[in-house]
Each structure stands twice: as structure tokens, then as C-alpha cells.
Write a protein that binds this ligand. Structure first.
Ligand SMILES: C[S@@+](CC[C@H](N)C(=O)[O-])C[C@H]1O[C@@H](n2cnc3c(N)ncnc32)[C@H](O)[C@@H]1O
Length: 259
């Protein structure tokens, strides 16, 4: 029998010492706080609703009975998209699937668990997910690492993997402020046939956002990989910027586990 301590926020820490590659694995407290504050400002609400609708669609396609469905957000960060999935089911007055959020960052999982007491949250690597074989209807990996063999193991036969990432225009308005010659993002179909997944759909979520204060602009920058390329000069310029208009352009690839 295994026993685990449940933290006061309601999550379990299942990260083994040998899986810890740093003192503070995954996204840091500051990175997670920027994400939380930017999500709270509401700019990603259409993205959250869009993603939740896509997840619900594949849950229905999966055809499992409504109260036995399981969704795992692999690399859930501070849990924004799981809460969007729960809200969508509540608004449709249907039973929410059981929602699991797993992230290697304890800072993310702490917030996720605190904000969604009905969800199940764990600090763990999604490379070696602490989830039973064939137990999951939908695995979501949204802007987080994709580990095909582990995801295939935990998905039931015919289950769905959803991989979300940047479309060509994603945050181009922000990129233009960071890079001298910004380029559109090149989108590729991540998983080939030898991954054990069959590509079954592509979904796009696109709209523009207008960010009108420098704190939110700074938080958005810290959410992105561009933060690490932004020179001090660029960071300074951005910190005094009061307005930013940029496209949100997200592509979600759907894959069916082929065995
Ligand atoms: C760009 S963030 C995306 C978070 C969330 N999916 C979202 O869209 O807001 C990437 C997340 O992946 C997590 N992560 C990175 N490597 C991981 C791993 N091996 N196992 C679990 N989580 C991981 C990070 O800690 C971080 O929270």
C-alpha cells in the first residue's frame, strides 16, 4: 500500500528525488504568478472557452458514459484550462469529467488545486505520469511537453490526445516589439504515424487582444519564450508601454491512440 501526504491546497507531490533535475523543477514561482495574473485579466477567456469546447467534443466522440470520463491536463501550469473545461460542463448542466492536472512545477499545482477543489492535482513529471494504463479519455498537452509513449500508455484505446501550440500569427504584435525581424511561427504536425497516434483533426482559435496596461504587457512577455531573448533595452521599452494589440493564434492537433 502507498500513502501520500495531501498538501493543504489539496494536491499530492509525486515527484521522486531522481526525477528532480533542479531544486525548483518546472516553471518558477514568478513565471507562474505572471501566468495567473495574465489569465485573471481575462484576455485568454476566448482561448479557454475554445479549448474547453474542443475537449468536450472529443469526450463525446469518445462515447464513454458521462460520469466516468477522465481528462488529464499534462503540464497544467496553474490550471486555467481545466477550470474552463469544468465551467463549460457546468454551464451545459452536464456532469463534468474527472479532471486531473499534472505539472512538475509545485507553484503551478498549488494554485490549480486551490482554485479547483473538485479537481485532482499532482506535482509529477508527465514523462513518467503517475496514472494507470488505459484510464484516460483525453490527454491535453497545451504549450507543454509531449511524451507520446507515456500519453499512449495512459489513454484508453480510441482515446484522444490534444496538443495545443502556437499558430503562425500567435503573439506577433509582441514579437514585433522584441525582434528586429519577427517571423511567423512555422506550424508542423508534431506526431508521425510511428508514434502510435493517428492525426484526426486540426482546430484553430484566433482573435485579437488589446492589452492596455504595462503590468499585463510585462506578464504576457514573461509567459512567452520571447522573454528570454528580450534584451534589457527591450524589457525597459516594454515596461513603459501602455498599449499592445496582438493576435492570439493557437492550433490544436487532435490524435487518436491507435492501440
Ligand atoms: C508554457 S507552460 C503551459 C502551462 C499550461 N498548459 C498553459 O497553457 O497555461 C509549460 C508547463 O509545462 C510544465 N512542464 C515542463 N516540463 C514538464 C514535465 N516534464 N512534466 C510536467 N510538466 C512539465 C511547466 O512547469 C509549465 O507549467
Amino acid at each position: 500500500m502507498h500513502q501520500f501526504d495531501v498538501a493543504k491546497e489539496g494536491y499530492v507531490n509525486l515527484l521522486l528525488a531522481q526525477q528532480r533535475h533542479s531544486k525548483d523543477p518546472g516553471y518558477s514561482k514568478s513565471m507562474i504568478a505572471s501566468r495567473r495574473d495574465f489569465f485573471d485579466a481575462g484576455h485568454y477567456q476566448p482561448l479557454g472557452e475554445g479549448l474547453a469546447t474542443i475537449v468536450a467534443r472529443y469526450l463525446n466522440v469518445a462515447g464513454a458514459t458521462s460520469d466516468a470520463r477522465v481528462v488529464v491536463d499534462a503540464g497544467c501550469g496553474e490550471g486555467y484550462y481545466l477550470r474552463a473545461i469544468r465551467r463549460l460542463h457546468e454551464s451545459r448542466k452536464v456532469v463534468s469529467p474527472t479532471l486531473y492536472g499534472i505539472d512538475v512545477s509545485k507553484h503551478g499545482v498549488q494554485i490549480a488545486a486551490r482554485r479547483d477543489p473538485c479537481g485532482q492535482y499532482a506535482v509529477a513529471s508527465t514523462h513518467a505520469m503517475p496514472v494507470l494504463d488505459g484510464a484516460v479519455d483525453v490527454v491535453l498537452a497545451h504549450f507543454s511537453p509531449v511524451f507520446p509513449s507515456t500519453f499512449r500508455r495512459v489513454l484508453r484505446a480510441g482515446g484522444t490526445l490534444l496538443v495545443g501550440g502556437p499558430g503562425p500569427q500567435h503573439l506577433l504584435g509582441l514579437k514585433e516589439l522584441v525582434y528586429d525581424a519577427p517571423r511567423e511561427h512555422t506550424v508542423s504536425d508534431l506526431l508521425g504515424p510511428d508514434s502510435g497516434f493517428e492525426h484526426i483533426g486540426t482546430h484553430e482559435i484566433q482573435y485579437d487582444i488589446e492589452v492596455v496596461n504595462s503590468t499585463d504587457i510585462g506578464n504576457l512577455l514573461e509567459m512567452t519564450p520571447f522573454y528570454w531573448s528580450a534584451s534589457e533595452l527591450v524589457q525597459e521599452r516594454l515596461s513603459s508601454l501602455e498599449q499592445l494589440r496582438t493576435p492570439i493564434d493557437v492550433v490544436v492537433h487532435a490524435y487518436r491512440s491507435s492501440y
